[in-house]
Structures are given as structure tokens and as C-alpha cells.
Ligand binder design. Structure first.
Ligand SMILES: [Zn+2]
Length: 325
């Protein structure tokens, strides 16, 4: 069976647990090396074998199933434990406020699981803080939600279980790091099934898109009314093209009377800056009028004398922001 779901836990301890000699072991445990700023990973079961970390009651649904990898993060998600440990001087990770290096290490693992096992880099948008994540909360999945779930969730989301770990871990950041922090919106083929407690804005945040994009992609009439079980297309908002500017071509370039669209683009920027002296154009042929216009730009930037002679220099050019094409 192929793993397609990862359940994240916090051990609520500061060391690698013994897991009752393995009887309740997860698939993997990540032990923080606080000084080295890295996680040491321990693998207890084959990635493709079912682990033992979840409560699985008779009847109901199977929780320790073969498609689920259990990952224990050593540390706490409980603010009161965190406070105690801090007072005692225990070096530890309080996962809701985990250092970036730790989130990045977990994200690297998730990225691997996505690449090698196609575990989707998505999951619930509600990650309540411990202890409000304990017990039968609104964010815990129903049996059918669990059976249909593929992706990354917390112990706090698994049915038949009470545990509230890993609490308010920064799941959005974790996924962002796992995706290589591209900031790219999802592709049009990605979907998300609405869970209890979701709102369009929490879904948008968790998937790097916007409420407006979700409303548009799914023809939603009322953004406050989404149904549990509703499948949403995750088409992102179009990424804003990053403006790229033409690099400074060198001072000598202009003295060779260039004829290029670069000169037109430069001229348009000079006009936009209120420095255009053109009666016609600007056009591609460098002329004295370009030089006069450029000199006006240099004066506008505070240059004078030979620094405002109309021959472009790198500093003024860069500030003019001439489009690359
Ligand atoms: Zn747990």
C-alpha cells in the first residue's frame, strides 16, 4: 500500500521516547538538536508499513492503516508544559512557536514524502491551539472524511482519538516551506474538500490563494456559505508578473548613437517621470533630445554639472527602471 497521509504528533517530552519497546511506535521520530539547529530522524517502521501510534478502536474506522505514516516531533504543543520546561531551563521546541530551522527540516521531510510517495502537500486549515484541540473538537474528521483524506494532518484531526497534538503548529508556513516557498498559487487541477470549521479565507491562506480567486474559480455566490464536503477548485490568483528592468548597457553604448527599442523604453520612462523633452516620440533612435530629457532626469535626482550632462550613468539608469522588454 502506498502512503498518502502523514499524521503529525508532538511527543510532549524532551527525549526520544521508548514507545513501550516499540508497541506504540510511530513511523518516524524527529529529535531536535537545539545546538546544531537540526532534527535527528529515527525511523521505527518501514515507510510503507503501518505504524502503531494511533488509537484504533474496534469498529469505526481503521486509523493505523497502511496509507498513514506517523511522525512524532519531540517537544511540546502545550503552552503550560512549555512554561514549565522554560522555568526549569529544559532546552526544547514548543512546536506552535517552532524556530524556522525546525519547520524547514520537517518541511524537507514532507517535500520528500510528496516527491517519493505523492503525499499531497495540503491538509486541514484548522489547527487549534492545545488544549482546545483535545477531545472531540469540530476539527476532528468524521469517519468518511478520514477515509477520504490524503495529505498531512495532526493527531488532533484523527477520529477515534482524543489527543490534541500537535496543536497550533504553523501549518501554512510548513506547507509553504515544503513547496519550496515559491509563493506560487496552486495549479488549476488541485482541489480541496471543505472540512468542518473551514472558511474560505482559512482555505485561501492554507493554499496560497485568495478568497476572490476561490469565489471566481468555483462560481460561489455567497462567500460565507460553503458546505462541508464541497470540493473546491484551488485555482490561484494570477501571479503578478515581477517587473524586470533593463540592466544599464554601459556609458559607451549611448555615445554610439544607438537605434534600439531600449531607447524608446527609456524615453517613455523619462516622459513618465516628467522629464521628456520630446516633441515627437520617444523613438528608438538616440538623439540630442534623449540626452536633454535624460539630463532633466539627472537634475531631478539632484545631480548637477557634469553629473547631469545627459549621458546616462548606472545609478540614474537603475532608478529610472526601464522595462526589460
Ligand atoms: Zn499524538
Amino acid at each position: 500500500m502506498n502512503v498518502n497521509t502523514i499524521v503529525l504528533h508532538t511527543t510532549e517530552g524532551t527525549f526520544l521516547p521508548s514507545y513501550g519497546g516499540g508497541a506504540s511506535a510511530p513511523t518516524l521520530t524527529a529529535v531536535p538538536d537545539m545546538k546544531g539547529k537540526r532534527l535527528r530522524w529515527y525511523q521505527h517502521f518501514d515507510f510503507e508499513r503501518s505504524a502503531r501510534a494511533l488509537v484504533n478502536k474496534n469498529g469505526g474506522v481503521e486509523t493505523n492503516t497502511l496509507n498513514v505514516a506517523q511522525v512524532e516531533l519531540v517537544g511540546t504543543c502545550d503552552p503550560s508544559t512549555h512554561k514549565k520546561w522554560k522555568a526549569k531551563g529544559y532546552s526544547h521546541i514548543y512546536w506552535p512557536d517552532a524556530p524556522d530551522w525546525a519547520l524547514k527540516e520537517v518541511a524537507a521531510f514532507l517535500k520528500w514524502a510528496n516527491r517519493e510517495h505523492a503525499v499531497p502537500l495540503s491538509g486541514p486549515s484548522s489547527w487549534k491551539a492545545y488544549p482546545s484541540s483535545y477531545g472531540n473538537t469540530s476539527q476532528r474528521m468524521t469517519f468518511s472524511e478520514w477515509n477520504n483524506f490524503r495529505g498531512i494532518c495532526g493527531h488532533c484531526h484523527v477520529p477515534e482519538n482524543d489527543h490534541g497534538d500537535p496543536g497550533a503548529i504553523d501549518f501554512v508556513k510548513l506547507i509553504r516551506y515544503a513547496k519550496g516557498d515559491t509563493g506560487k498559487p496552486p495549479t488549476s487541477s488541485d482541489t480541496y474538500t471543505v472540512k468542518k470549521g473551514d472558511t474560505l479565507s482559512s482555505i485561501a491562506r492554507a493554499h496560497n490563494t485568495t478568497v476572490a480567486a476561490l469565489v471566481k474559480a468555483n462560481g460561489i455566490k455567497d462567500a460565507d456559505k460553503i458546505r462541508i464536503g464541497q470540493v473546491l477548485k484551488l485555482t490561484g490568483s494570477a501571479p503578478k508578473p515581477k517587473p524586470t528592468y533593463a540592466p544599464f548597457p554601459g556609458a559607451a553604448y549611448f555615445k554610439k548613437n544607438p537605434n534600439s527599442s531600449l531607447i524608446t523604453r527609456m524615453g517613455k520612462r523619462l516622459v513618465a517621470q516628467g522629464c521628456g523633452k520630446y516633441r515627437v516620440g520617444p523613438g528608438p533612435q538616440w538623439t540630442d533630445v534623449d540626452r536633454q530629457s535624460y539630463a532633466a532626469w539627472q537634475r531631478k535626482l539632484g545631480y548637477s554639472g557634469s553629473n547631469a550632462d545627459g549621458w546616462p550613468g548606472k545609478a540614474s539608469w537603475d532608478r529610472l527602471k526601464v522595462p526589460a522588454n
